[in-house]
Design a protein around this ligand. Sequence first.
Ligand SMILES: [Zn+2]
Length: 82
Amino acid sequence: MRIESYSDFLSRAKTEYEHAADDAHFRPTDHCFFCGEPLGDDLVMWQGCDDRAQQVWLHRDCAKELGGRLICDALIHKYRIC
Ligand SMILES: [Zn+2]
């Protein structure tokens, strides 16, 4: 797996954000992917890269929580902590 540089990541994220800014690409859900509560205006969307371009919609705080848990899971797997 290729690890991209931080500047490459930022460049790609900016491009993806600009692409997502086109309303035709938004397919918001009614509820947060992480907590299941209704979504408001303070949200984050992440889109997969498969052919279906699946999207995950979350509250911003839930995105931070999920991100931390994903990193934790990855480190547990990497170092075989459990
Ligand atoms: Zn949430």
